[in-house]
Design a protein around this ligand. Structure first.
Ligand SMILES: Cc1cc2nc3c(=O)[nH]c(=O)nc-3n(C[C@H](O)[C@H](O)[C@H](O)COP(=O)(O)O)c2cc1C
Length: 169
C-alpha cells in the first residue's frame, strides 16, 4: 500500500484503452470501503463512459478538460438525507481518495476534479445528471491508462518537515 500512496499523482493524459470492468469494480469497491461519519455510507457513484456526456461535462467544468481524452469518469455524489450532521463532504472526500488509490493500484492514471465547493459548477452538474434535491455532486474522478510519465515516484518532494508540529502549534 505504501508504494501506491507515494506513486499516486494527478494524471491528465490517457490512451484510448478502456477501463476493464473487473478493474472498475475493484475501484468502486475501494470507494465503498472508505470510512463515513456514523457509518452513514451516504455516497453513490455515477460511472460515465458516454463521450457525449464527457463533452457536456467539459463545457461545465473548465478544469476537467482531460475528460475529453478519457475512457471513463466517476461522479462521486452524496445523499444529504443520509449524511451524519454536516459530514457529507468528508465522507465523499474519503471515497474519492480511495478511488484515486485503487486506480493507481491497477496502473490507471486518475485525477480528482473538484465540484462541491463551486456553487455554479455543482448546480450545472446536478442539473445535467438530473439529481434529486438531496443528492449533491461532490467530485469527478477522471480515469484512464496514462500516456505520460508523470506518475514517477516523487515521495521526496511531498515530505515537508515544516508541516509537522509536536504537542503544540
Ligand atoms: C479538492 C480537489 C479539487 C481538485 N480539482 C481539480 C480540477 O478541477 N482539475 C484538475 O486538473 N485537478 C484538480 N485537482 C488535482 C490537484 O491539482 C492535484 O492534486 C495537485 O496539484 C497535486 O498534484 P498531485 O495530485 O499530482 O499530487 C484537485 C484536487 C483536489 C484535492
Amino acid at each position: 500500500m505504501d508504494d501506491i500512496i507515494f506513486k499516486r499523482r494527478s494524471i491528465r493524459n490517457y490512451s484510448n484503452e478502456c477501463v476493464e470492468s473487473e478493474d472498475l469494480n475493484y475501484i468502486l469497491h475501494a470507494a465503498m470501503s472508505a470510512p463515513t461519519a456514523r457509518n452513514s455510507r451516504c455516497y453513490s457513484f455515477i460511472v460515465i463512459t458516454n463521450n457525449k456526456i464527457h463533452k457536456k461535462i467539459a463545457t461545465i467544468h473548465q478544469s476537467a478538460q482531460m475528460i475529453l481524452k478519457a475512457p471513463l469518469a466517476i461522479l462521486v455524489v452524496g445523499d444529504q438525507n443520509k449524511a451524519y450532521e454536516g459530514y457529507l463532504p468528508q465522507d465523499c472526500a474519503a471515497a474519492t481518495q480511495n478511488i484515486l488509490l485503487a486506480a493507481t493500484a491497477k496502473n490507471y492514471g486518475s485525477v480528482w476534479c473538484g465540484i462541491y465547493s463551486n456553487k455554479k459548477r455543482s448546480i450545472a452538474i446536478e442539473k445535467l445528471f438530473n439529481l434529486p434535491e438531496n443528492i449533491k455532486a461532490f467530485s469527478l474522478v477522471v480515469i484512464g491508462r496514462p500516456i505520460d510519465d508523470n506518475n514517477v515516484i516523487k515521495s521526496d518532494s511531498t515530505w515537508d518537515i515544516s508541516k509537522i508540529h509536536y504537542e503544540k502549534w
